[in-house]
Design a protein around this ligand. Structure first.
Ligand code: SF4
Length: 285
C-alpha cells in the first residue's frame, strides 16, 4: 500500500507560495493513497508550464513532455501497456491552446486515462499572457487593452465530443477535488477534470476570493450527471454561480475494450526478436 512518505520526493518546490498547484499536488497524492495502487502501476505525464513541475514532486514514474502534447504521450503509453494507470497533467495554455487539436479526439476515443488540467486562465511560467480560458477583457502583458475573444469552454467541448467523464474541481475544495480524482481514475474510459487553480502572481482577477464567492458543489443539489442534455446546459453556467463536481458521466466501452488482441498481451510484452522489418523499410527506399 503506497503511503505519503513513498510519494514525497526530496526536490525543492519552487512554485510561488500560495499557488493553486499545491492543492492539485495534495489532492493527487491523497487520491493515489486512497486508491492504493502500487507505485509501479501508475504513470504520470506532464506538459510545459508551472504545472509541469508536479512531475518533480511525486515519486511516481513519469514523462515530462513538450508543450501541448500530454494527450498523445499519455495515449501512446496506455495503448502499448494497458496495465498501467495513466494520469496526464496539463496547463490551460498547454492543453487548450497548443494542445487543443488533441483534445476532442482523445475525449471521443475514450482511451482509458485521466486528464487533469490546471486551469488558472493565464500563462504563469512566462510571467502573464492570455490563454484560451482567459476571460474576455482580461488585461495582461500580451493584451494591454484586454482579451478580445471570449473564453473557450472546455467542459462543453468535452460533452459534445462524447466524453464519458467530464468534471470540474477547485483547489479551494481539496477533499472534493480528491474525491473527483479518485472517481476519475477509477472510471473506465477517458476522464477529464478541469481544475480551477488560482495563479496568485499573474491573475489578479480570478483569485481564491473570486472563486470562493462563485463555486458551488453539484452534489449539494439534486443533479443527475447522467443526463447529457442537462449536462450541456450546466456546462454553460458561468458568472455569479459556477458548478464544480461531476458534470457528465456515462458507461461506454473504452478504446481498449474494442481491441481485445492488445488487452490479452500488451504490446510491451510481445516478443520482437524474430520480427524482420527490412522488407518494409526497403519498400519505402
Ligand atoms: Fe503558480 Fe502562477 Fe507562480 Fe506559476 S506563476 S507557480 S501558476 S502562482
Amino acid at each position: 500500500m503506497v503511503t505519503l512518505k513513498d510519494l514525497n520526493t526530496p526536490r525543492k518546490n519552487n512554485w510561488c507560495p500560495g499557488c493553486g498547484n499545491f492543492g492539485i499536488l495534495t489532492a493527487t497524492k491523497r487520491a493515489l493513497i486512497r486508491l492504493g495502487y502500487e507505485q509501479n502501476r501508475v504513470m504520470l505525464v506532464s506538459g510545459i508550464g508551472c504545472h509541469g513541475k508536479i512531475f518533480n514532486y511525486i515519486n511516481i514514474n513519469g514523462f515530462h513532455g513538450i508543450h501541448g502534447r500530454v494527450l498523445p504521450l499519455a495515449s501512446g503509453i496506455k495503448l502499448v501497456n494497458p496495465n498501467l494507470t495513466v494520469v496526464g497533467f496539463a496547463g490551460d495554455a498547454d492543453q487548450y491552446d497548443e494542445g487543443w487539436g488533441h483534445f476532442s479526439h482523445s475525449v471521443r476515443r475514450n482511451i482509458d486515462l485521466t486528464l487533469i488540467v490546471h486551469d488558472n486562465m493565464v500563462l504563469g511560467l512566462t510571467t502573464g499572457q492570455t490563454t484560451a480560458t482567459s476571460q474576455k477583457g482580461f488585461k495582461t502583458k500580451s493584451t494591454p487593452f484586454g482579451a478580445i475573444s471570449p473564453a473557450l469552454n472546455p467542459i462543453a467541448h468535452a460533452i459534445v465530443s462524447n466524453g464519458t467523464f467530464v468534471a470540474r474541481g477547485y483547489v479551494g475544495e481539496i477533499e472534493h477535488l480528491t474525491n473527483l480524482m479518485v472517481e476519475a481514475i477509477k472510471h473506465r474510459g477517458f476522464s477529464f477534470i478541469d481544475v480551477f487553480q488560482p495563479c496568485i502572481s499573474f491573475n489578479k482577477i480570478n483569485t481564491y476570493e473570486w472563486f470562493n464567492q462563485r463555486v458551488y458543489k453539484l452534489e449539494e443539489e439534486e443533479y443527475d450527471y447522467t443526463n447529457r442534455q442537462k449536462a450541456l446546459e450546466k456546462s454553460m453556467e458561468w458568472g455569479d454561480r459556477i458548478p464544480i463536481g461531476i458534470i457528465y458521466k456515462e458507461d461506454r466501452l473504452s478504446y481498449h475494450d474494442n481491441l481485445p488482441h492488445i488487452m490479452d498481451v500488451p504490446l510491451t510484452q510481445e516478443p520482437i526478436e524474430d520480427i524482420d522489418i527490412s522488407s518494409t523499410i526497403n519498400s519505402m527506399m
